[in-house]
Structures are given as C-alpha cells and as structure tokens.
Design a protein around this ligand. Structure first.
Ligand SMILES: [Zn+2]
Ligand SMILES: [Zn+2]
Length: 395
C-alpha cells in the first residue's frame, strides 16, 4: 500500500511505505510540538535563534570559510554595535564641532577684536581682520561642503563598467578603490574613511573638501594660538595673582618699603590697602582667553598631525584604505622579488593637481585659496583617464 502525503510547508508530495509513515508521523508530531513550543517564544528571541543557527551552518558548510570569515562572523555583533553607536554619535559630533567653533568665534569678536582695535597699529588691524575672515570663510565653506556632499556611490543598475570584486554586503560589483562602509551601510567610491566629525563618509566627491577643512581648521587654530599667546600668558598670570588676593581679603599687608622711604607715618608697621578691583567681567575675559588658547592649541596639534598625514598620503596618490592594501601588496610582491607600483600614483605634483583639480596656473588661487565647488577629476569608477605625462596638466 502506498500513501500520498502533502507536506504542509513545502507543498510537495512524497510516496512512503506504512512503516515509514509511522516514523514520519512520529517525527512530524515531534517537529510540530517543538515548533509550537518555539512559537511561544517572543519574536526577537526566535530571530536571534535563527540568526545563530544560520551563522553556525554557514560557518560549517561553507567551502570558502577561512580564519577571516570566522573572525568576521564572531565579531559581527561587536562591529554592528560600534557602527550603530558611531552612526548615532555622528550628529552629536557635528553639533560639537559647530558649538566649539562658534564659542571661539564669540570670544574672538567680543574679547579679542576690541583689544586689537584699541591697541594695534592700523596695518596689524587690517591683517588680523583680513586673514581672520578669510580663514573663517574657508573653514565654514569646506566643512559644510564636506558634510553635505555625497562621497559617491557605485551605480546600482546594470552597466558594463569594469569592476575588481563584488561587495559581500551589497552583493554589487565594486569598481577599483571602492569599499564598503559599515556605518553608511553602502559602498563608497574611492573611500578614504568614515568621518564621525562630518557624519559622512570621505570618498571621491568630498575628499578635497575634507582635506581643505582639516588644513584651514589647523591654520585657524595655529593663528589663534600664536596671536593669542601673550594674551593667554597675561590672563593666566592675572587669574593666578587674583586667586591669591582673593584668599587674603579684604586687603594686602604692606610692610617695610613705605617705612624705608619715609612715606608712611612712623610707628605703623603695616596696614591694609583695599584689594585692586577684579570684576566679574575681567575674570570672564581672562577665563575665555585661557579657554580659547588651550582649545585652539590642542586642536591645532592634533588636527595638524592628521592633516600632515593626509598630505603625505595624497602626495603618494593613496587613500587611507589604499595605503593598507598597497602595503600588503608591496610585501606580497617583495617575497617574489618584485617591486610593487601604485597604479594611482602620477608623481607628487601631479597627484596634488589631480586631487585639487588644478588645470592651469590661476587655479592655485581660484580653486585652492578661494572657496570653490568644482567637481573632482573623473567619475570615481575608472582610473585610467588621468594624465600620466606631465605636459597634460600645464602648470
Ligand atoms: Zn557594499
Ligand atoms: Zn560611511
């Protein structure tokens, strides 16, 4: 005798013998029970269970499994948490940049500018006003553009563009220099890194804005800390001096000197003079100068180091990610006795021209020293259109 059974889930038919039917029923009942038991669990717990089962199965039955895959899979929750936190904190970091920069601006306009106008010569006043405002405009323009410009994404529709690999996360072809950003959760053209201070990825279309922002912010910080150095020292010593006077209120004892020069009435060894007035306004001015100097010199040193590092990478025609890949390749080929050559390196000066978009001499002023929204060379998908010969960019 033969029975035809319909599986409730797969809707397929099976032919079975009576003995095996009993076994199937038994196992079916057991599975049914266990399914009913599982369905009582909350949905989120069932999802985690399914994910863990898939994880273990993909690790056990995948022929491509190696130590990297195992490492990635085990640390996936950690990466996910870090990405999630960075994504969430992106907005907080942007607010922090805006608030800190604005606080320095308020101090510069309310405390420093009146001092400069009252004490400096007209030539110095003109220099401070011109340089300060130019630097401020460059910082604001490049920060806005770096945060708002899309770094560039590979096309999602079918195309015949060359690609070097396939993204495991997006399941999409990846052109050369394109990498997947876990925080943005998509592939980025010529990806450099994800910048939480911009809440944006740094890629092909905003790399120049990012670097210019770092450069002009560093210049601004160095300018503030150098020109505010004497003010900082004065403010610091005044604050220290008046801290001691506060402890000795209501006045300071004067001894010896007055008697020696015969100015003070005889028989009086000391007396109290009223403490010099140190108003709340004075204290606030001194404290704000100290705050400004400490903040600008700290940021100047840290951001300066980052800017120098990026300048070195740009001179080599590398992004931060390219550097890791090229280092690996260099080592790999060195073991074979070969020398690796970075295919995106067009020579130091040409790298800078390509990066900054300088095509003629005047562009050094109009495109580098003034705010400029010109797009970068190329589309970020192919990299063989750039001038390798020097004469193609006449500067
Ligand atoms: Zn991707
Ligand atoms: Zn990103």
């Amino acid at each position: 005798m033969c029975l035809i059974m319909a599986s409730p889930h797969h809707k397929c038919r099976m032919r079975c013998s009576p003995g095996s039917v009993l076994n199937l029923l038994r196992s079916g009942r057991m599975r049914f029970c266990s399914r009913r038991g599982k369905s009582r669990l909350p949905l989120w717990l069932r999802k985690i269970w399914a994910y863990m089962r898939l994880l273990v199965q993909s690790l056990c039955f995948n022929t491509l499994t190696d130590s990297d895959v195992v490492f990635d899979s085990i640390f996936e929750p950690v990466f996910w948490t870090v990405d999630y936190v960075t994504r969430w904190f992106g907005l907080v970091f942007v607010c922090l940049v805006v608030i800190l920069t604005s606080s320095i601006l308020v101090i510069a306009y309310m405390v420093l500018l009146p001092l400069v106008l009252n004490t400096y010569s007209p030539a110095w006043i003109a220099w401070h006003i011109c340089y300060g405002h130019w630097n401020l405009i460059m910082i604001a323009f490049h920060y806005y553009k770096a945060a708002k410009t899309s770094p560039g994404y590979p096309p999602t529709e079918k195309n015949d563009r060359p690609f070097v690999s396939v993204c495991k996360k997006c399941i999409m072809p990846k052109p050369a220099r394109t990498h997947h950003c876990g925080i943005c959760n998509r592939c980025i053209l010529k990806m450099d890194h994800h910048c939480p201070w911009l809440n944006n990825c740094v890629g092909h279309f905003n790399h120049r804005y990012f670097f210019s922002f770092c450069l002009f912010m560093t210049l601004g910080c160095v300018y503030c800390s150098i020109s505010g150095r004497n003010l900082f020292l004065d403010a610091y010593s005044a604050l220290e001096r008046f801290k001691h006077l506060d402890l000795e209120k209501p006045g300071i004892p004067v001894t010896g000197m007055g008697l020696l020069i015969g100015l003070l009435p005889s028989g009086q060894t000391n007396f109290h003079t009223p403490a010099p007035s140190y108003t709340f306004k004075d204290r606030m001015i001194h404290k704000s100068i100290i705050y400004m100097w400490v903040l600008t010199s700290t940021v100047g040193v840290a951001l300066g180091a980052l800017t120098v590092w990026h300048a070195v990478l740009i001179s080599r025609g590398e992004t931060s990610i390219d550097r890791h890949i090229n280092k690996k390749e260099r080592r790999r080929l060195a073991a074979w006795g070969k020398v690796y050559r970075n295919p995106f390196n067009y020579g130091k000066l040409n790298n800078w021209k390509v990066f900054l978009g300088v095509e003629k001499r005047s562009h050094w002023v109009t495109r580098v020293l003034l705010p400029s929204g010109h797009p970068p060379y190329g589309d970020g998908l192919t990299w063989d259109i750039f001038p390798v010969r020097k004469d193609l960019i006449p500067v």
